[in-house]
Structures are given as C-alpha cells and as structure tokens.
Write a protein that binds this ligand. Structure first.
Ligand code: NI
Length: 131
C-alpha cells in the first residue's frame, strides 16, 4: 500500500465526507478506493471489456409465454450465463437471479431482452467487474 497526498477544494472535500457518512465508510481513503473502483468498473462496461454482472427479474410464472421466452433467450446466451437461481416468492411471483460473465455489450443485450419482455414486473442489471 502506498500513501499520497491529495489536494481538494473545500466543497469537494465536504462531498467526500458526505459520501463517507452515507456509505458508512471507515475513512476518506476507503471512500477514494470506492470511487476509483466504481469508476474503473463503469469504464470496463463503457469500453466493452469482459465483465461480470447479475440480472434480477420478478415475474408471474402463470404467464407461460413470458417464461418460455425468458428461457429461450437465456439459451441463446448460454456462454454468458454462469448460473441462475429461481425462488418462488408467493403463489404468483418468482424471483430469478442470473449470474453473468462476458463482453459488456452481450450482457447488456441479454438484459435488455429479458427486462423488456412483455409482462416482466421488474428487471435490473447489476454491472460488476472481474476484479
Ligand atoms: Ni417460481
């Protein structure tokens, strides 16, 4: 670990301290690490690198057409889909989490197709990194 000095305007330092409080980070160094890592991950997605991610879906399993289409789409992306977990939330609703690894553009295309399915109640792509 290396140490270095950082000069910041007062208002920017206030923003950093706000962030430390909001995210309950132990100190400013951890806040700066958090911001750098988050920015690197964002850049990896923007420059179409190999990344990881997760899609969260909530849908009514009685909508068979939607369920079949969601399965067909995932099979098209079988090299990117690492695993999927299906949980029955209640009588009607299912929660599915799909872990992904691959080119950012492929993962985004897969997420758009699943989240955009007619009848999908909720869908979210979490954009993460390989580390
Ligand atoms: Ni279910």
């Amino acid at each position: 670990m290396k140490r270095f000095g950082v000069s910041l305007e007062d208002n920017l330092l206030d923003e950093l301290d706000d962030l430390v409080q909001r995210h309950k980070l132990p100190n400013r160094s951890q806040a700066i690490r958090y911001l750098i890592r988050r920015n690197l991950t964002k850049e990896q997605w923007e420059t179409n690198r190999i990344v990881s991610g997760c899609i969260v879906l909530v849908y009514d399993h009685h909508k068979r057409d939607l369920v079949n289409k969601a399965i067909d789409i995932q099979h098209k992306y079988q090299t990117q889909v690492l695993s999927s977990q299906h949980v029955h939330l209640d009588h009607d609703n299912c929660l599915e989490t799909i872990a992904l690894k691959g080119k950012a553009s492929d993962l985004k295309a897969l997420a758009d197709q699943l989240i955009g399915l007619k009848g999908m109640k909720h869908g979210e792509l979490v954009m993460s990194t390989l580390g």
